[in-house]
Design a protein around this ligand. Structure first.
Ligand SMILES: [Fe+2]
Length: 213
């Protein structure tokens, strides 16, 4: 196995979105790079402590703090990668009715409209965080979740399918803080449903069609 020491920031070919300015995106890419750098830096510091094969009493407070922060930085890095990758300048507000995502939303929520109302409403929740639609890898069921900061509320082992950043930095250059719903509307118009579709695990699709009735 290749020895992967450091993460590298991914490049996202993203501009000319609808209602989310290039200025916002550029600022946001820089913030994302900060999470990549911090993930690497914290990992290095933890490795430094572990070098002698133990965490001694004096090291424990620093080791604990570094390890707690690692969850924040790691999720900050990964969630931004999902977020940028599920947008495109050629986006569309809603998925195709014949798509696996649409079928999964219908079988999980009864109607696609209910899935959307849930996801959008989670995005409007007060606080700093994310709205994320996950797929349960055991049965293909979709569920929407509020994630506080980057790390509180992620469901272990679940597959992120659609990820929306609702931290204020995601829209503050384009909208007033109270206008988060306008940003959410803009986000929806830029969704890359093909990228979303590709995240669904193959083989679970049959379960939606048989469990939809
Ligand atoms: Fe962000």
């Amino acid at each position: 196995m290749e020895n992967i020491k450091n993460y590298k920031a991914k490049q996202f070919n993203l501009s000319k979105l609808n209602g989310i300015s290039d200025q916002t995106l550029e600022m946001h890419f820089k913030l994302y790079e900060g999470y990549v750098n911090e993930t690497n830096r914290l990992t290095e510091k933890i490795n430094e402590i572990l070098k002698d094969g133990q965490v001694d009493h004096e090291e424990m407070p620093a080791y604990s703090e570094l390890t707690r922060r690692l969850g924040f930085e790691y999720n900050g890095m990964v969630l931004h990668e999902y977020y940028f990758a599920n947008m495109t300048a050629n986006g569309a507000g809603d998925p195709d009715k014949a798509s696996s995502f649409f079928k999964a939303a219908e079988s999980s929520f009864g109607q696609y409209g209910i899935w959307k109302a849930d996801f959008v409403s989670i995005g409007k929740m007060r606080g700093v965080g994310w709205a994320i639609c996950y797929e349960d890898p055991s049965n293909g069921r979709l569920s929407n979740h509020w994630i506080t900061l980057h790390e509180v509320g992620n469901v272990a082992g679940f597959n992120p399918i659609l990820v929306m950043d609702v931290w204020e930095h995601a829209y503050l250059l384009d909208y007033k803080p109270a206008d988060r719903p306008k940003y959410i509307e803009a986000f929806f118009s830029n969704i890359d449903w093909i990228a979303v579709e590709e995240r669904l695990r193959p083989g679970l699709e049959a379960r939606h069609t048989t469990s939809a009735k």
